[in-house]
Structure formats: structure tokens, C-alpha cells
Design a protein around this ligand. Sequence first.
Ligand code: FE
Ligand code: FE
Ligand code: MG
Length: 165
Amino acid sequence: MGIKAAGIVGKDASGIVTSLRKAYCDEWFAYYQYWVGARVIRGPSRAAAIKELVEHAEDELRHADMLAKRIIQLGGALVLKPEDWYAHAACGYAPPEDPFVRAVLAQNLTAERCAIGVYDGLIREVGGKDAATCDIITEILQDELEHEEDIEGLLYDLDALMKKG
Ligand code: FE
Ligand code: FE
Ligand code: MG
């Protein structure tokens, strides 16, 4: 644990850690949602969707890593048991029970929009209190904004393709 890191943030550290732990659980869910989605997805434009889903899965795992490092710097603990992720997460996990490309992408889009709301709120919460955390979550938010746009683009292409056929 980083004594100086936690010291700079002072009395706000424990509240920030609580929020980061929630985001950490959501990133693991997001990672798995993309990972498993890329394996089960079926339908038109499948290859293009898989490429994007696999990239996004890697991004979400990187986000979990970024959050883990900051939680530990602040003297916090990671949520060690996957069964506890449900209790902490804000956006949660939607199993891709319908493997059709539109259904999988719609679940991903909902999750991204939830994540964008969470990080936007988090930036307001830590702004002026913890510059280092603010940097990390701003970088993550940029990725989530890009993810939303990518999924919207895939859905747009799918609609165009299905109208033609
Ligand atoms: Fe993420
Ligand atoms: Fe994302
Ligand atoms: Mg992408």
C-alpha cells in the first residue's frame, strides 16, 4: 500500500476506494461479457463483430488492471471473490443467451452506456480531490466512449445489411 499515495487523498481515500471497487467489479463483468459474446455470437457480419468484441475484451481487462493498481495504492482491497462482484457492480452482467449478433451487440451497448454514466459520475466525485485517480478514470472513460461508438457502428452496419437482403 502506498502511504504517500493514500496520504495525499486523505479522508476521501476510503470513499474513492469504494467507488473504484465497484468499477473494478464491473470491468471484470464487461471483460467476460465481451469474451464470451465473441465466442457464441452468430449471424451476419459475425467476423467484424468478433474482431471488435475481442478488442474490447482486452480493453476491459486492462481497465480492471488500472483500477486494481490504484485501489492498492490507496490502501484498499480488491474484491477477491467473483461471487461478490454482483453485490458491488453498478452495471452487472447480462449473459448472451440469445447469440444473434443484434442481441449480443444490444447487451454490449447497454453495458457501455452504463459504464459511461458510472465513469462520468466518478470523475465528478473525485475531481479536485484526487488528481491521479481522475487521470486513470478519464483515460478509461475515453475508451468507453469509443466502445459505445464502435458498437453503434456495428449495429448500424447490420441494419443496413439486413435492409438490403
Ligand atoms: Fe471498461
Ligand atoms: Fe467498454
Ligand atoms: Mg473498438
